[in-house]
Design a protein around this ligand. Structure first.
Ligand SMILES: [Mg+2]
Length: 381
């Protein structure tokens, strides 16, 4: 079976879907979403198509190697998101060809169910407590929230108190059993990250995320000295080589590779194996669409150190469309008491509503917020 064609769809709210067709009629889907940078990824996929059209669909490793290594320039979000979407579509095709879910091709099930978490609150405001209560009422057992709005490089203790109050409101709303993760979102510079980590430690959080930007990962070792909370990072890191130093440094407890950015299912499975050797857990990043989420589930169900999965259902970015909107059967990701079951369908285990995807094709790109502090200086978002 050979790759015959590729089609790309930009759909609301900010997703890039990729449909791969073969000469034997099987089609595969991947998600190459790179939020706010759709055009460059589309261009790279089209450029790569010059190589992969006509190639055998079952040589996934070889195709990955060729796309990664033969471009001379490698890594980074744009090139790796393109490869990630192609990798997902190839696994979808392989699974459909063999009549098996992808996890069956990568070692088989290692768990019967998987915990999922969703977002509460937005970037600002005081609704996180109420949102969290509603999520728990809906059955979730873990939630994630942003720690702060914009911060100065060195900011006031009052901002830390505000964050603590929001986290406390969520803790009071959900009780001691529900996991609360707090995303620093790379907004916090090193000088404030230590204090914020220490301030939040009493809340016994599930993890703190991106306490500093990934380019400042050497600061994690210092932050680790100020908290007993597990430290998570990795959504803006790519490939095995990108994660190598982080794992060697030993300051991350959880890695969060994104299956639509880090290199796809197969690459993240390898990154997860590297992490396992350093006793580091995996929680794939996924504030993205249904194909990316389906790819994550396939990985989680065959990866021993994966312990929880992010879902974008109801996330504050999903304004014009939500996670389940493009699925032929939206019940496929249904969960029970905070857990999802392994999808039983072949490939990625989902069927898409192609008519709806085609109708949505003209959607424009998503624009990232741009923040300024009170003095007019640019703040990290
Ligand atoms: Mg994050």
């Amino acid at each position: 079976m050979k790759i015959q064609n590729i089609e790309l769809f930009t759909v609301p709210p900010r997703w890039l879907f990729l449909k791969m067709t073969t000469d034997e009629g099987i089609t595969g889907w991947g998600e190459a979403t790179l939020e706010g940078h759709t055009g460059p990824v589309e261009a790279v996929v089209k450029e790569m198509a010059g190589y992969f059209i006509g190639k055998p669909t079952d040589r996934i490793e070889d195709l990955w190697q060729a796309l990664y290594r033969s471009g001379f320039y490698r890594g980074g979000p744009v090139l790796m998101s393109a490869i990630s979407g192609i990798d997902q579509a190839l696994w979808d095709i392989r699974g459909k060809q063999l009549g098996q879910p992808v996890y069956q091709l990568l070692g088989g099930l290692v768990r019967e169910k998987l915990k999922v978490y969703v977002w509460v609150g937005g970037n600002r405001g005081t609704t996180a407590g109420e949102d969290a209560a509603a999520r728990v009422k809906a059955g979730y057992r873990a939630v994630k929230m942003n720690a702060t709005a914009n911060l100065e490089w060195i900011d006031s203790g009052a901002k830390l108190d505000e964050t603590a109050a929001r986290v406390q409101a969520v803790r009071e709303a959900v009780g001691p059993e529900v996991g609360i993760a707090v995303d620093f979102h790379g907004r916090v510079h090193k000088g404030m990250a230590k204090a914020l980590a220490r301030t939040l430690d009493p809340f016994k959080l599930l993890f703190i995320e991106e306490p500093v930007l990934p380019e400042n990962n050497e600061a994690l070792a210092a932050i680790q000295q100020h908290t007993s909370t597990p430290i998570a990072t990795g959504e803006r890191m790519y490939t095995r080589w990108g994660f190598k130093k982080l794992l060697e440094q030993g300051a991350a407890d959880i890695i969060q590779p994104d299956l639509s950015h880090a290199g796809g299912i197969w690459e993240v499975r390898k990154i997860a194996a590297m992490a396992e050797a350093y006793d580091v857990a995996v929680a794939p990043h996924c504030p993205l669409g249904p194909i990316a989420f389906a790819a994550c589930l396939q990985l989680d169900f065959c990866t021993p150190n994966a312990f929880i999965q992010e879902s974008s259902l109801g996330i504050h970015y999903n304004i014009s469309a939500d996670l389940l909107d493009y699925l032929a059967d939206p019940t496929i990701f249904a969960f029970e008491a905070g857990y999802v079951k392994p999808p039983s369908g072949p490939g990625l285990g989902i069927e898409l509503n192609e008519e709806k995807i085609r109708a949505a094709k003209a959607a424009g790109d998503w624009h990232r917020p741009s923040w300024r502090n009170e003095d007019g200086a640019l703040a990290e978002w």
